[in-house]
Design a protein around this ligand. Sequence first.
Ligand SMILES: [Zn+2]
Length: 379
Amino acid sequence: MTDAGPVFLGSEIYRRSSYGGWHPLRVPRVSTVMDLSRALGWLPRDRFRTSPRAKPAALAAWHRPDYLAALQRAEAAQAVTEAERAAYGLGTPSNPVFAEMYRRPATAAGASILAGELLARGGVVYSPAGGTHHGLPGRAAGFCYLNDPVLAILSLRAHGARRVAYVDIDAHHCDGVEAAFADDPEALLVSVHEERRWPFTGALEEAGAGQVYNLPVPRGLNDSEMRAVLQALILPAVAGFAPDAVVLQCGADALEEDPLSRLALSNNVHCGVVAALRPLAPRYLVLGGGGYNPWAVGRCWTGVWGTLLGAELPDRLPAEAEAVLRAVEWRGNSRARNPAAALFETLRDAPREGAVRAELRDRLAVLEARVRAAALRWV
Ligand SMILES: [Zn+2]
């Protein structure tokens, strides 16, 4: 599918399901991206594929069968026992029992597994429902029931890619993905995440087998700082690694408007990272991730899709697209009271530039030195 252009993997399951009335994932995200993309004329039939639901046997490529059985049982019964809660992290405030608690993550995982197949001969695939980077083999964590990025990497490998570069710009550290590939010299992992934030892993010193690069960043990270990270760390690390595939986890919770994190990026950063990584491997999979302000996420991930398509991002959204954003409700959050008009009328944020702080430069220098040393080994 090298010449066929990018493919968007989505599903209607994200429109009708919710993690529950007070959960950050009560808001629509993927359906907003689909609706907004359609309103902009960016989602013709030949670009869209409905993502299949992965079967337990496929999920068992990384997840434990006893956990998968417990997850299906919990969905069917709409309840968990105390023992299951303790053993599997199911039925907790962050990973609650809800109607589609198996089918929904299995659909996102199905997209990631299918992506490996679609990319066998190269190309670009976008699955904004993916990016559930906290899932563990036998346990749910951090809103993630399964780990679709891990399954994507395994699927890419099963379909001809050997060296895979995984880049994660979510506000949280990708602990589940690191658990899977920390010791795998043919999986490059680069994560940029807010310091001193859950899951509290991903320290600068955590290097895996030497191919893991963790950059904890200070609160208030701005566009100028993230551009420095892209130029000094992400691009040299990925280019030097010469990957067969790049997987980008494009979490939108590092945006200024996000209610869960304290970073301050504009969505121009996401589009910039997406575009900059494109030429570095023949296979390119872009996933979603965190992001809990429904307007900010919808705009950001639609901009990401427009970038992958090579479309011109409009300055002012047409009325039909604005109506999509205005119809999205966000109950129970103070940030929803007086949202800025720009959240409805535009796709791109205004840039959020600032100084590149010394503490960030120092950490970047440590990783830059490691990238330079590794590049000599990789040649
Ligand atoms: Zn996150």
